[in-house]
Write a protein that binds this ligand. Structure first.
Ligand code: AMP
Ligand code: MG
Length: 435
């Protein structure tokens, strides 16, 4: 059976970044990966800029003992200086304003004293040229490349892009992820479950996971364990960049998902992974429908964007990555984090789609026996000497409540182990927030 890391490698080999699109710099673009090099259209600062409220002075004058100085004008931010500062002169200047010609330093107002005769005494000694001035083009020069393809758009990139006049950029878009729950026993959360029924917890959970991973999720509904209904909803899901199903993937009588997917042209890559919770876990790809799958072709054949073109047209032909997750909620959540989240990140063009495990010190003894590598709910915290992890009580794959007390999964190896406090374990973080 495939190991988790082998399965992750197969997924990452099959999934390619989506073609770039032009996206406006709205909050929806936060975290997207830039798909162009961005060049500045300005020098920044555009002039020698005062970094303090104070007085623009000639440093050589002060060195020669010229003090106090005559104030010739006041320059506020947004104004241009009208006069040249001559010997024995100074100009009152505000933070951000252009330094007038003649002056080569700014003395902070706190280091000066205004005299009754209207002149100002400079009380700072040894004023060097350039003091409290950011010279023109120091941050960037016109024509300089200031951001490169592959940069992640964070608030600081938004600010810099706006500063060089950009309201939109070429970026890899957020993938559209369709979520489909399956099972005759599954009813909507708004309903009171009848005998043998269970509410659809997985739908909202997987939609939220997809959003957190950086996708644009869409919930398709609950498919009955009946081929026709299942196929109709799968067809809708195959329009997305990725389709995530829960339930119906193991070997039970009504586990119709893998068969229905293959009937609809989804090529299976694997169907089982050596892990707990989980094990039945389907991954496949469906090539874009207008073009048949190349014989023996590997991976998703993403439609290339035309040279200089606007990339893929939304809803147009594009490959779909398909994940059939186990129905039990904890298994579904864990499999999403281990397999779907890296795929979403790869579709977004992120250079390190992960998942990255970190090493954490176990806080308390925890003897544990398992026959498959187990991802156990755990609570991670930043201790004085690095990460610390506590195991959270857990009653198995239907026990989702345990995960509300957890923020991580501790990876417990196969065998009968006396895990001791102080020992290191590999841990997968589920979120950046606390609990
Ligand atoms: P299955 O993989 O379809 O055999 O489902 C395994 C278990 O997960 C069963 O106990 C299901 O009732 C449960 N399950 C399946 N789908 C969901 C869902 N959408 N929400 C909560 N539990 C589910
Ligand atoms: Mg089922």
């Amino acid at each position: 059976m495939l190991s988790v890391s082998e399965a992750q490698s197969l997924i990452l080999e099959a999934v390619r970044p989506l073609p770039a699109e032009t996206v406006p710099l709205t909050p929806a673009a936060l975290g997207l990966v830039l798909a162009e090099d961005v060049v500045s259209d300005i020098d920044s600062p555009p002039y020698d800029k005062a970094l303090m409220d104070g007085y623009a002075v000639r440093s050589a004058d002060l060195a020669e003992g010229a003090n106090p100085l005559a104030i010739i004008e006041e320059i506020t931010a947004g104004r241009t200086p009208q006069r040249t500062v001559g010997p024995g002169q100074t100009a009152r200047i505000m933070t951000g304003a252009p330094v007038p010609t003649g002056a080569d330093a700014v003395v902070a107002v706190e280091r000066t004293r205004l005299l009754e005769d209207g002149r100002v005494r400079i009380e700072e000694r040894d004023v060097r040229p350039g003091r409290n001035i950011l010279s023109r083009g120091r941050e960037m020069r016109s024509g300089e490349t200031i951001l490169q393809t592959g940069a992640v758009l964070r608030p600081q990139e938004f600010g810099l892009l706006a500063a060089v006049g950009r309201t939109g950029v070429r970026a890899v878009p957020a993938p559209r992820v369709a979520v489909l729950s399956t099972g005759d026993e599954v009813v909507d959360a708004s309903q009171v479950p009848g005998p043998g029924q269970i509410r659809n917890g997985n739908g909202p959970m997987l939609v939220a996971q997809a959003a957190r991973a950086g996708a644009v999720p869409r919930f398709l509904g609950i498919a009955r364990d009946e081929v026709g209904h299942l196929r109709a909803l799968i067809c809708e899901g195959l329009e997305a960049d990725a389709l995530v199903l829960s339930g119906g993937v193991s070997a039970g009588k009504l586990d119709l998902v893998p068969g229905a997917l293959q009937d609809l042209g989804v090529r299976p890559h694997f169907h089982k992974v050596e892990m707990k919770p989980g094990k039945p876990m389907f991954f496949g790809t469906r090539p874009p429908s207008p073009f048949p799958s190349p014989p023996g072709g590997e991976g998703i054949s993403v439609v290339p964007s035309p040279p200089g073109g606007e990339g893929r047209v939304r809803g147009g032909p594009s490959a779909t990555a398909v994940f059939g997750l186990p129905g039990n909620p904890v298994s579904a959540l864990v499999c999403f984090e281990l397999f779907v989240r890296p795929a979403v990140r790869a579709l977004r063009g992120e250079p390190e789609p992960g998942p990255r495990l970190l090493r954490a010190v176990l806080a308390e003894d925890f003897p544990y026996r398992t026959d498959r590598p187990t991802y156990h709910p755990a609570l991670l915290s930043a201790g004085e000497r690095g990460w610390q992890v506590r195991i959270v009580p857990w009653f198995g794959s239907p026990d989702l409540r345990a995960l509300t007390r957890a923020n991580a999964l501790a990876l417990l190896p196969v065998g009968d182990h006396q895990h001791r406090a102080g020992q290191e374990l590999s841990v997968l973080r589920l979120s950046d927030e606390g609990i």
